[in-house]
Design a protein around this ligand. Structure first.
Ligand code: IPD
Ligand code: CA
Ligand code: CA
Ligand code: CA
Length: 269
């Protein structure tokens, strides 16, 4: 992807995201259908689906050679990362969207041959857009985000973690997560992976640790975190695979290794 193309795709991606956000704000106060997916707490609404359809139509019409990987399945059946791939979560934080009408985001990334080139995370209700192009820094609206501090210690860190991982579960030993919760200054759980990545990039949270996320939850956030000098890996330290679910440790680099080595023991599954 040359710079001129990248700039044009970035401009269009921003346009799509802002328009999709406006559509969500307009529709969300009218009645809408809510369904469940894999379990009774896994919600999806017609607005999630409608928003993904909006992206699919816009991307196909403006960029017919690009492919789309979207949570709601209205994109392509993506089995490899070749070419230009949009990775879209139309509403990240659907439970918040349904119950709270806030704290949800649109997450859009553009990857070229597996490399994250563009990341956009739009907090729809606060009209706050986090955006980044690889190698050009990350922004919150018009403000350049500063590189993450190299001095951070775990004792002074705020860590995003869902309490579920501190209870008995199939993926990680809960004792380590409990010790991490005790060690750090504070924990947060916002219910939108995309926003939690954005907060790590902004430096208002120092790490986000979770055991299972899909590509659309993380694709844009990884670009943002990378641009401020942060780091995202699986919880075993391996590189994230954008074609499957991953455990995730996204952090200020200063505390990455310590979290992984001292506090996370994965179960075999
Ligand atoms: C969910 C949110 C949530 C995370 C879940 C995701 P969705 O995405 O990001 O914070 O804990 O694992 O599935 O379904 O609301 O787009
Ligand atoms: Ca979902
Ligand atoms: Ca999501
Ligand atoms: Ca979603």
């Amino acid at each position: 992807m040359n710079n001129k193309d990248k700039q044009m795709i970035y401009y269009k991606a921003k346009e799509f995201v802002l328009e999709a956000g406006e559509r969500i704000r307009q529709k969300m106060h009218c009645p809408f259908v809510i369904e469940t997916k894999s379990n009774p707490n896994d919600l999806v609404t017609e607005i999630d689906q409608d928003t993904e359809r909006f992206f699919a139509e816009r991307i196909r019409s403006e960029f017919p050679t690009h492919r789309l990987l979207g949570e709601e399945g209205l994109g392509d059946h993506v089995k490899d990362l070749q070419g230009t791939l949009w990775i879209v979560d139309p509403i990240d934080g659907t439970m918040n969207f349904v119950h709270q009408k806030r704290n949800f985001a649109i997450s859009v990334a553009v990857y070229q041959d597996g490399v994250g080139e563009i990341g956009l995370i739009y907090d729809v209700m606060t009209d706050c857009l986090y955006h980044a192009k690889r190698g050009e820094g990350a922004y919150k609206n018009g403000d350049l985000l500063r590189p993450l501090s190299k001095e951070k210690s775990l004792a002074e860190a705020i860590v995003g973690v869902n309490g579920i991982w501190a209870t008995e579960n199939t993926r990680v030993h809960k004792e380590g997560i409990q010790q991490l919760i005790r060690k750090v200054r504070g924990t947060r759980s916002y219910g939108s992976a995309a926003l939690e990545f954005a907060y790590v990039a902004e430096g208002i949270m120092d790490a986000y640790v979770t055991m299972r996320l899909s590509p659309w939850d993380i694709a844009a956030g990884m670009v943002l975190v990378q641009e401020v000098g942060g780091m995202t890996t699986q919880a075993n330290g391996k590189a994230v695979n954008m074609l499957m679910t991953n455990s995730i440790v996204a952090t200020n680099k200063a505390i990455h290794q310590e979290i992984m080595e001292q506090y996370i023991t994965l179960k075999k599954y």
